[in-house]
Design a protein around this ligand. Sequence first.
Ligand code: CTP
Ligand code: CA
Length: 225
Amino acid sequence: RGARAVEPDLAGRHVVVSAGGTREPLDPVRFLGNRSSGKQGYALARTAVARGARVTLVAANTGLPDPAGADVVPVGTAVQLREAVLKAAADADAVVMAAAVADFRPGRYAEGKIKKREGEEPAPVELVRNPDILAEISAERARPGQLVVGFAAETDDVVANGRAKLARKGCDLLVVNEVGERKTFGAEENEALILAADGAETSVPYGPKEALADTVWDLVAARLS
Ligand code: CTP
Ligand code: CA
């Protein structure tokens, strides 16, 4: 698509984007985390600003510079990300969950740094489930007609797994990335298949994360009007 004429087709809209990866603390100096860079979420925020939207970017541990024109809400854990997304979603036209949310967190947080002891095996780390934010906001839309978009990385049976996940989550659109060589975490480019609850299927060729972001907003804008 290359040089795309930017039309303010999201003017007057409020969109919420989550980006990055949550960190679930074990003690004051350690956490369970993931390798999400946050770049796709930031590309979504930048392109939405360019298309005229008011943008709230809920950013989990990205270390990236704030995109100009977006309201950035920094968070650490999945529980904090849920709070921030629910709050911003209250008056949002669309919510895009690009963040990698940890499925589990340590069941116990040690107030002091965990120390090793001579001749003792480490205690196992017990995990508990985190809330499923995408499923929750899909089930309880803060406003009628609010659009909810999820992301998923799948290694095989991309369409079948994607369709099943879309139905399970109850969202309107699911952006499915096929994980493989080239398509690694932190990469500048992406390739994806976007599945819609209305049956539409849009394949986005390998290219910059901005191009994928613009395709997501095309699909969102078409369904908002
Ligand atoms: N997600 C979420 N809350 C969670 C886990 C995931 O909101 N606790 C969102 C992610 O932001 C993403 C989508 O759900 O938009 C899909 O994430 P994914 O990890 O692929 O889905 P899961 O249901 O966790 O499935 P899996 O068991 O394959 O990890
Ligand atoms: Ca998961």
